[in-house]
Design a protein around this ligand. Structure first.
Ligand code: HSE
Length: 301
């Protein structure tokens, strides 16, 4: 028995919805190939595309640790044997939900191998635990869209309540990853715990506006709403050329621009694929001029 699963990269926060909004992209993403073997236990056979950064030890690797947790939950640990090839197609610490994609692919794979004992909704809390292992915090705004696809809203965390939102047809993302490492753990430690009420009012107005814009397919409302006054000012410091990139994207006609997840990747949201491609290409050209290496991805939201 063998299954092959691809799980996509994700843009968490969707600029204004810290820890609650996120969307999946078409590419990049991670792959898990999982094999049922006679000898009980969970083992990592190989990892590719991680530059040797991820542990092969099944207890320390997030993917295998989550697979073990699921088998334990199902009362199957010690009975079932699985081996894993993990193929990473995206950089680690990039703000594209790299750990989530691997975790979601691993959990989806083992669930499939077992004949889908759990629904996607039931699988989600195990994915969230994977995030906690990977970065010390169990946010769901990467794993939810990686597992469910499209745009997701984490309405609540206890209990976990995830809602799929409509995706306007012409919404595209131009993503650029400036090659500097920003671990989510560090990017979270930077954020202030308390926020002024007036900023909170601005932010929840924007979130509500964005949701209304998605339902109405109102691109101007989406554009007016996708601003972040709470997190961006602090995290932008970790991202080279952040405000220059923002100017470039907005001048190129992007609806919005901001940090993807905890960064350093940035995202230009555009109406139409061409707009997203143009914004991402101009941003990348600017980074090249500044002698900063980068990767670029353009995808439908
Ligand atoms: N919401 C999380 C954060 C996503 O911004 O820290 C991490 O990718």
């Amino acid at each position: 028995d063998e299954v092959r699963v691809f799980a996509p990269a994700t843009v968490a926060n969707m600029i204004c919805g810290f820890d609650i909004l996120g969307f999946a992209v078409d590419y990049p993403g991670d792959e898990v190939h999982m094999y049922r073997v006679p000898e009980p236990g969970v083992r990592i056979r190989s990892i590719r595309g991680d530059d040797g950064r991820l542990p092969l030890d099944a207890d320390r690797n997030t993917v295998s640790a989550c697979v073990k947790a699921l088998l334990e939950h199902l009362g199957l640990q010690g009975e079932i044997g699985v081996e894993i090839d993990l193929i990473k197609h995206m950089p680690i610490g990039s703000g594209l939900g790299s750990s989530s994609a691997s975790t979601v692919a691993g959990l989806f794979a083992v669930n499939s191998l077992l004949g889908n004992p759990l629904t996607k909704d039931e699988l989600l809390p195990f994915c969230v635990e994977g995030e906690r292992l990977a970065c010390g915090h169990g946010h769901a705004d990467n794993v939810a869209p990686a597992l469910m696809g499209g745009i997701t809203l984490v309405r609540g965390y206890s209990p976990l309540d995830v809602i799929k939102l409509p995706v306007p047809n012409e919404l595209y993302a131009g993503i650029v990853f400036p090659k500097v490492d920003v671990p989510t753990r560090d990017a979270r430690q930077l954020i202030k715990e308390k926020v002024p009420l007036k900023d909170a009012v601005t932010q929840w107005g924007n979130i509500a506006g964005l949701i209304a814009g998605l339902y109405e397919e109102d691109y101007q409302l989406i554009s007016r709403s996708m601003h972040d006054v709470l997190i961006e000012p602090t995290r932008a410091i970790l991202i080279p050329e952040f405000y220059a990139m923002k100017d470039i994207a907005l001048q190129a006609g992007a609806l919005s621009f901001g940090i993807s997840g905890s960064g350093p990747s940035v995202v230009a949201i555009s109406k139409g694929k061409e707009g997203a491609e143009k914004a991402a290409a101009l941003i990348q050209a600017h980074l090249t001029q500044c002698e900063i290496e980068s990767l670029k991805y353009v995808s439908a939201v």
